[in-house]
Design a protein around this ligand. Structure first.
Ligand SMILES: [Zn+2]
Length: 183
């Protein structure tokens, strides 16, 4: 994984591309949950499931299919009345993007096994050729100390800064698109 901070920040940054009407606190907080949830698969280690298995770490929960399913599920549970409206499709899109962003970031990390993007159809693990993000250790204990600082610095550089630019650009575009007031 990239760290929990990088995944959460990515989801928050994406929320800024949506209209104020949709982009409520509930909206981006659920987005953050979606962006973090794929790593719940680390529980599989406790059950003796191997990293490279279907349910192993970075397996099915890191696939595009899972992203879409989670996007639909979260919308069904938290926005039941809006599911079949235009807003409902946007909500599904946002929650799916947040979930998929997790796998995309993981595929840019320096360690572990690759990501099963196309599971359950193809369980091959993939990495991008360009992998600037230091892999974050699993578990909080190992995250503390020098290793953790190295991870955070690489994430500030490759996720924090581009994410902040993305947010500012989205806010700027939204502002310029607004009709002039009092005229
Ligand atoms: Zn992950």
């Amino acid at each position: 994984m990239a760290s929990i901070f990088a995944h959460a920040f990515t989801a928050y940054a994406f929320s800024k591309t949506f209209s104020k009407k949709i982009s409520t606190t509930k909206f981006w907080m659920l987005g953050i949950v979606c962006a973090i949830l794929p790593d719940a698969d680390v529980i599989s280690f406790k059950f003796g499931i191997r990293y490279e298995d279907f349910w192993g770490h970075r397996g099915f929960t890191h696939s595009f299919a899972f992203s879409i399913l989670l996007g639909i599920l979260v919308t069904l549970v938290f926005y039941r009345k809006q599911v079949f409206t235009k807003d409902g499709y946007l909500l599904i899109l946002y929650f799916s993007i947040c979930t998929a962003s997790h796998a995309l970031l993981d595929a840019m990390t320096t360690g572990g096994l690759g990501v099963a993007f196309f599971s359950p159809f193809d369980t091959t693990r993939y990495f991008f050729d360009w992998r600037p993000i230091q892999v974050s250790p699993i578990g909080i204990h190992r995250f503390l100390g020098m290793k953790g600082i190295k991870v955070l610095l690489s994430e500030i550089l490759w996720v924090g800064i581009p994410g902040t630019i993305f947010i500012l650009a989205a806010l700027y575009i939204k502002k310029t698109k607004q009709p002039p007031q009092n005229e």
